[in-house]
Design a protein around this ligand. Structure first.
Ligand code: IMP
Ligand code: MG
Length: 183
């Protein structure tokens, strides 16, 4: 669906489908340049990163392996629970490999700082992070992000994989959720 289908639930549209695709192509070019001649594994963080993974992988003009992890950080609301747990681990042994973790958004940074230190302990050749969105609060956590689509204001956003209570993930655009939806 697109934003016209959920018009009343959004305060604004932050990024259209076209803007998202264009930015992902730029990030894909950066990744190609940085990993030229190297083997590369991208790891998507379920479930939010599904759309970013699918589109960035297809924007790459090279071979790339894809694997997935699922971690719990948020409950069903709009605030972090502060607890990170692996719900689904990688199927791939990453020792000696170059890994890029792909996520849709970094908020507090809690999830990804925990995840990258977990992955680093498995002796990969390298671990970097690619995120479509980052909120300013992420700067408060020690997360070194190599590829960022956009920095956004500290508001709850939905669409393009980002959900509120499992809804809006299939929205093509990214918009700010209207407070009346969650209050
Ligand atoms: P962090 O650990 O606070 O960085 O949270 C990361 C995760 O929280 C993301 O992967 C999302 O699943 C979720 N999240 C954070 N902010 C938002 C938002 O604005 N909309 C939807 N999900 C969000
Ligand atoms: Mg996520």
């Amino acid at each position: 669906m697109d934003s016209s289908h959920v018009e009343n639930d959004l305060v604004n549209v932050l990024f259209t489908e076209e803007q998202i695709q264009a930015r992902l192509k730029e990030l894909a070019r950066d990744i190609e340049r940085d990993y030229e001649g190297e083997d590369l594994l991208i790891v998507g963080v379920l479930r939010g990163a599904v759309m970013v993974m699918a589109d960035i992988a297809r924007s790459l003009s090279r071979h790339v392996e894809m694997d997935w992890m699922a971690v719990s950080s948020y409950g069903s609301g709009t605030k972090s629970s502060g607890v990170v747990r692996i719900l689904k681990d990688l199927d791939t042994d990453i020792s000696g490999r170059h890994v890029v973790v792909v996520d849709e958004i970094i908020d507090t940074g809690l999830t990804l700082s925990w995840l990258t230190s977990n992955l680093s302990s498995r002796n990969p050749a390298s671990v970097e992070i690619c995120t479509l969105l980052r909120k300013p609060e992420a700067l408060q956590m020690p997360v070194d992000v190599k590829y960022v689509g956009w920095d956004i204001p500290n508001e709850f956003v939905v669409g393009y994989g980002l959900d509120y209570k499992e809804r809006y993930r299939n929205l093509r655009d990214i918009g700010t959720l209207a407070p009346h939806v969650y209050s």
